[in-house]
Design a protein around this ligand. Structure first.
Ligand code: CIR
Length: 256
């Protein structure tokens, strides 16, 4: 169960967030703010306390707090983002992490290692970590060593096409895994009960489990139906403005 969630209000510069899909246009700032508020409301409905950090205009992508830290039941890993415009976001999240956890439980990924939290998927005490354009071999080596020191396990997943591991695969507890595209046939995930995400709804592979409920992006009926069929109550949140800059539901929060 999660008690707490950390989010950061999108900043005006969010319209210049990194994107692989410029054809979708730039986010509308006012709309992004409203969608972010609705996201917070959905989280609150799941019974968590939400800490809302102020907008940070130095970093266009700073609302995607998931990438700056990985919080486990044993300790927190402050990451080292691989994208140049995101380097430094980890230092902005650190004071908040310190307000929740003792210093000795906080570790860091150091250069030349890079790692972004969107590449890390928690399955109990196992942490699948994508080797991506943002997370390199040295970052994964450091991450696994930190986890091992806490009695946790890291498992590397090579990525082919997607930005982050959780762009394409997400664990929603009870053995259930949302899987899309390149991950469907990956033997690393053969022991899960797979819920297959159709290609035309691939964006909705990024859903989050929060205390029994699954939050699903609005506008992806096949995914919503499949998750309901698996027995979960579902809440939907419109994330259209974040999608324009490759952001999804998981990227927008740290849950612990
Ligand atoms: C980026 O490219 O870094 C942002 N525009 C999107 C980050 C999405 N984060 C995530 O999947 N965890």
């Amino acid at each position: 169960m999660f008690k707490n969630v950390i989010v950061r209000t999108p900043c005006p510069a969010v319209i210049n967030g990194i994107t692989s899909a410029p054809e979708l246009g730039k986010p509308n700032y006012e709309k992004a703010l409203r969608q972010h508020e609705a996201y917070i409301e959905a989280l609150k409905k799941c019974g968590v306390t939400v800490t809302v950090l102020p907008a940070d205009d130095d970093f266009p992508d700073s609302c995607f707090v998931e990438d700056a830290a990985v919080i486990t039941r044993c300790g927190t890993v402050i990451t080292n983002p691989g994208a140049s415009s995101r380097k430094g976001e980890q230092d902005r999240i650190l004071p908040t992490i310190r307000s929740f956890f003792p210093e000795e439980s906080i570790a860091r990924i150091e250069s030349p290692g890079t790692l972004e939290g969107g590449d890390v998927m928690m399955v109990g005490d196992r942490f699948y970590v994508g080797r991506s354009a943002r997370t390199n071999a040295e970052g994964i080596r450091q991450f696994k060593a930190i986890l091992a020191g806490w009695g946790l396990k890291g498992i590397e997943v090579p990525l082919k096409k997607v930005l982050h591991l959780k762009t394409g695969v997400n664990y929603i507890e009870q053995g259930n895994l949302l899987v899309s595209g390149e991950f469907i046939e990956n033997p690393l995930f053969s022991d899960f009960h797979k819920i297959l995400i159709p290609e035309e709804e691939a964006y909705a592979a990024n859903c989050i489990w929060v205390n029994g409920t699954v939050i699903v992006p609005e506008g992806y009926p096949a995914v919503r139906q499949a998750i309901e069929k698996a027995g979960y109550p579902v809440l939907t949140v419109d994330t259209s403005e974040f999608r324009k800059i490759d952001g999804g539901l998981s990227c927008l929060s740290l849950r612990f």
